[in-house]
Design a protein around this ligand. Sequence first.
Ligand code: CAP
Ligand code: MG
Length: 431
Amino acid sequence: MAKIDWYGEFVDFKYSPAKDDLVCLFYFEPMAGMTIKETIGRIASESSTGTWTTLYKLPPRMKKLQSIAYHVDGNYARVAYPSGLWENGNLCQLLSGIAGNIFGMKSVKNLRLIDVSLPQSYIRHFKGPHFGNDGIRRMMGVYKRPLTGAVPKPKIGFSAAEHAKIGYETWMGGFDFVKDDENLTSTSFNSFSDRVKMMARMRDKAEKETGERKSAFINITAETEEMKKRAKMLAEYGWNYAMIDVVVTGNASVHTLRDYCSDLGLAIHAHRAMHAAFDRNPKHGITMQFLAKIMRLIGVSQIHSGTAVGKLVGTKDEAKAIADTLREKHVKAHGKLLLDQNWGKIKSAFPVSSGGLHPGLVPDVMNIYGNELVLLVSGGIHGHPKGTRAGAEAAMQAIEATMDGITLEEKAGKSPQLALALKKWGHYKPK
Ligand code: CAP
Ligand code: MG
């Protein structure tokens, strides 16, 4: 009987990837009644050239574009994609291939895209981060400790003037950055333009009084042309960062803004709001390390990566995998979380640890990330018994203690603001 499909042609356990192949690592669970081979053949076929049935004719050259599922280890499969499949520099097309229809196939009960190993022939068509981590450190004049920041809380509701005042207190407490919250853009009570202007005034005041560089991640999230206008205004008022909610705006607009911001000398702070819609289920969706990889490839300067100990999901191992993906020049394969990735000329980016943090959790987070980190402590400074400035001072004292290798309790003996933070929160891990 004539074959009804060609899925089996997309599986070859003898195949070893060519140098220019792009390789994906998937977690997969076959639907009941499907064999492993039937399932991985469908994953490879649907994400490259195939369809559900044999065809009247198949030009021989098409075979060269077929991906090959070549390795299975339990529920983990590797699929190699020939370089000819991919349009140079078009990340959208890559996602439509390796992260498109396959999640909806009936043949899989669960499917998760874990990581992708991008060949040099692919990554050389992307610019990556404009500054790199050394460049960011030089720009801010902070060379050893983690960079620090906070979001005014409650997350939305302040007027631009109140927002800027809280920003000033945050900067005067020793923090480098003041970050807009993910859902603060331009509202009737806190317009983008008012906030840019008033925050610039407070920044200049704080820089004058401290002698330190101060900056902010002001959220330009909007339609792409509007984001360009907002980025331009940031540059006009002397800012060196723009913040974008990269999942809700989409990688195409981030790609556009990357070059636009780079021309304006703006680094991009990437908030990842919405990521947990597809990355928190350990059996289905797309991992955060994959999202971090494509954002570094496009060229954001930093992206949120979790805390493991704060209020939002994400394990220590995942945080480390995301940090490696962002910071390392050559990421070594690591268990079922990471494939080998040589980043070539693509500069580094910072992991951003944030969410439910307070001074009592600073050692835990620095234990995961080390110092090459942007550390955001928001509710954890504005909830300090003596207010924002004292809260920032307490967080800075916690960083000092951790870098000096002493306990927070020892430090608190000489640091009253830290002592008060520990009295309120101790080492509490919020849920
Ligand atoms: C943290 C935060 C950040 C989260 C995002 C918030 O505030 O501003 O958006 O960190 O999560 O709105 O919750 P708190 P992630 O410090 O007061 O919790 O960093 O995991 O992407
Ligand atoms: Mg937030």
